[in-house]
Design a protein around this ligand. Structure first.
Ligand code: GAL
Length: 429
């Protein structure tokens, strides 16, 4: 009996705290707001800056500190963030991928505040796709971040006129690329596939794995149903090696933007990159979709969409809670998503945004949206959706070793160990 009373009291206290956090939204946001991300420039920053400009107009008493740490896919930002979080020095809000990158570390370690009230108050539970809500929720259904977009990972970029000039077409699968497309281009002294630094190689790997294993086999890599040391996965590594043989030797010295630019400048025929490359081609390089750059699903993945989502969360101990809540409240709105995504190359995550407006969202987005709404959806490993950060960090070491020694058996065996160490047996999409 006593215990029941005690828990009832606890519940009242908890509700009171909940109410405090809702009431906090009624205060006028002011002071400094630190927004932490890796959108620091070169195709990354324009969307974020446009959001900050609108937010600053809405909340003139807030001074935004754009604390972006440069480095594609957050390789540097995540390291800085980790140090700060461990040192109890969180930013007010930070960029984090939906899925395991959010849940396996920050949510699991109780470092994030639940955003259930925000989602309920804004009607977002009805406005965001359920699959995405699942990726930002814990097992009890508590929501921990606000998605600003949907990016596609498995995209192959090219320039149509160049392919015509070189006498090649978009390869239907990797076998065609290796046996026909690659030798034709190499004979003409054109790099068949531009590839950049280590994380872009892991990014390429997931497209190759999907192309070779299919959606079911690919999903099995993240939930234990596909053994990393099986013959079929060893064969994926071998193919990956043959594909790297069709790429530039200076891979590790190039950023993703450098590799994209090799295609737009006619030094390479193809590049595999997420559709932030569309943002780069459109905004930074001012290219016309369909002419200056064009796209296809990466070889062998037509009909499947590898998704990832950039989200922002509210860490426990955020110094400016009120301003951070105002930022998240804005970020999740259709209005903010229609400001951000046409510049970023991604689709709005909020389904009430104006995605069908082709004035705002050009031919690239219309194509991506068609695929997003009709394809089989799987999650990205390279961008935090389906594998825990511990796995992904070590996987980059496996990729680096393989790029040097091309030892498929060892790469498969090492990754199989990582999957066991990280308990990747029932997770995934
Ligand atoms: C991804 C991120 C994208 C883009 C890309 C390149 O991880 O989701 O929004 O920033 O890295 O840096």
């Amino acid at each position: 009996m006593k215990f029941t009373k005690f828990f009832a009291l606890l519940l009242i206290v908890a509700l009171a705290f909940g109410a405090v956090s809702v009431m906090a939204q009624d205060e006028t946001p002011s002071g400094e707001l630190e927004i932490f991300s890796w959108w620091a420039g070169g195709g990354e920053a324009a969307g974020l800056e446009a959001l900050i400009a609108e937010f600053s107009a809405m909340y003139p008493d807030v001074t935004v500190m754009n604390a972006a740490v440069a480095g594609g896919s957050g390789v540097n930002a995540r390291a800085v963030l980790q140090t700060r979080m461990i040192g109890n020095d969180p930013p007010d809000t930070f960029q984090v991928h939906a899925g395991q990158e959010l849940n396996a570390v920050w949510v699991a370690e109780d470092k994030m505040q639940s955003l259930n009230e925000l989602f309920e108050a804004n009607g977002w539970l009805e406005q965001y796709p359920q699959g995405l809500l699942d990726l930002i929720s814990d097992a009890e259904g508590n929501i921990y971040s606000v998605p600003v977009n949907i990016h596609r990972s498995n995209v192959m970029w090219y320039v149509p006129a160049n392919l015509e000039m070189w006498g090649v077409t978009v390869p239907a699968d990797w076998d065609e690329f290796i046996s026909t497309t690659c030798p034709t281009l190499q004979a003409a002294d054109i790099v068949p596939l531009s590839v950049g630094e280590n994380w872009t190689q892991a990014h390429l790997f997931e497209s190759v794995a999907l192309g070779e294993l299919g959606a079911e086999g690919y999903n099995g890599l993240w939930n234990g149903a596909t053994a990393w040391d099986s013959d079929e996965v060893v064969a994926v590594w071998e193919k990956f090696g043959q594909i790297l043989d069709c790429s530039n030797d200076d891979r590790n010295a190039l950023s993703w933007q450098d590799a994209s630019q090799m295609v737009s400048e006619g030094n390479a025929a193809f590049n595999i990159m997420g559709d932030w490359a569309a943002g780069y081609f459109l905004v930074d390089l001012a290219l016309e979709p369909g002419e200056g750059f064009a796209w296809a699903a990466s070889p062998g993945t037509d009909g499947t969409f590898i998704m990832l989502s950039d989200t922002f969360g509210l860490p426990v101990g955020a110094p400016n809670q009120v301003a951070a809540e105002a930022w998240l409240n804005f970020l999740g709105s259709a209005e903010a998503q229609d400001i951000f995504n046409p510049l970023k190359g991604s689709l709005p995550a909020n389904t009430t945004a104006d995605i069908t407006n082709s004035e705002l969202y050009n031919a690239y987005f219309q194509d991506a949206y068609e695929d997003w709404t009709t394809n089989t959806i799987v999650g990205s490993q390279a961008h935090g959706a389906v594998a825990p950060p511990n796995f992904s960090n070590s996987f980059s070491t496996v990729i680096a070793a393989f790029a040097d020694d091309r030892d498929a058996e060892t790469a498969a065996a090492s990754t199989a160990e990582l999957a066991v160490e990280n308990n990747m047996i029932m997770e995934g999409m």
